[in-house]
Design a binder for this molecule. Structure first.
Ligand code: SF4
Length: 117
């Protein structure tokens, strides 16, 4: 993950609250239906799951496959951002110590919960 993303996630975990919309961001609004900017850098990236709109494409620069998230709104929906933040804090106070396996399990758990609501 990009270092800026790691920093933003750590700050949110420390504050224990999502940030809402960052209307000062030069890219705002980056997604249609954007409700929260806490996870501008998705903690699950690259999830390699197509169930929320992510897909693999070839990089126009390197021509290598890259995971594309432009069609995924999952971490930017307020309800999900709150659940993600809560889940991360429960897993470990230090984001760096949370395993990839646990991150992907958290993503699946939230999606499963959302289906029941
Ligand atoms: S597809 Fe969505 S959930 Fe998966 S890594 Fe991209 S933004 Fe995150």
């Amino acid at each position: 993950m990009h270092e800026k993303g790691r920093k933003l996630i750590k700050e949110a975990m420390k504050r224990k609250t999502i940030i809402g919309l960052d209307k000062e961001c030069p890219y705002f609004p980056c997604h249609e239906g954007l409700e929260d900017c806490t996870f501008c850098y998705c903690p699950f990236y690259p999830c390699h799951e197509m169930d929320t709109g992510g897909f693999e494409k070839l990089s126009s620069i390197t021509k290598e496959p890259v995971w594309a998230c432009s069609s995924c709104i999952f971490p930017h929906v307020r309800k999900n951002a709150e659940k993600i933040l809560k889940g991360l804090i429960e897993l470990d106070e230090n984001f760096d110590l949370i395993s990839r396996e646990n991150l992907l399990a958290l993503r699946k758990k939230i999606l499963k919960e959302n289906k029941k609501e």
